[in-house]
Design a protein around this ligand. Structure first.
Ligand code: HEM
Length: 121
């Protein structure tokens, strides 16, 4: 459940990188020295990588999402975050076994530079 939640709605939607060599994707070449923002939230819903990517499948397996990044900067706190999430959910459901949604979930507020809440926010 935790892995699928991290994939489905990644807390960090993008990373910032600077290319140190020219990088070509398809017909586009990004020159060395460019600041780029790989969108891990988008990669985590990529239909070429996931079956039914917009569905929340709690027992999805394998689930090699990018919510903790990848490579040498892979989140050093990933194990702690996973353990905290598991303990929090186990505690919630054991103390309040009947916990349930009080209504329809609300949509997200936008965050980031624009910071403007959407119409539902
Ligand atoms: C759900 C919780 C968390 C998420 C989604 C998350 C996500 C990430 C991501 C995506 C990166 C890679 C950033 C990049 O490549 O530019 C990262 C790096 C990092 N995270 Fe987390 N993180 C979480 C919790 C934590 C916790 C609990 C700690 C520490 C107690 C932590 C410490 C770090 C550190 C130190 C780095 C930098 C690693 C490096 O640059 O080598 N994170 N995290």
């Amino acid at each position: 459940m935790i892995e699928e939640a991290l994939r489905y709605d990644s807390p960090g939607q993008g990373l910032i990188r600077v290319t140190n060599v020219d990088v070509t994707f398809g017909s586009t070449t990004i020159p060395a020295g460019s600041q780029v923002m790989p969108l891990v939230g988008s990669a985590n819903r990529d239909p070429s990588a996931w079956s039914d990517p917009d569905a929340l499948v709690l027992d999805r397996s394998p689930n090699d999402h990018l919510a903790f990044g990848t490579g040498i900067h892979l989140c050093i706190g990933a194990s702690l975050a996973r353990m905290e999430g598991r303990i929090a959910l186990e505690t919630l459901f054991s103390r309040w076994p009947g916990v349930h949604c009080a209504g329809e979930p609300e949509t997200h507020q936008q965050s980031g530079p624009t910071g403007t809440p959407d119409a539902a926010g």
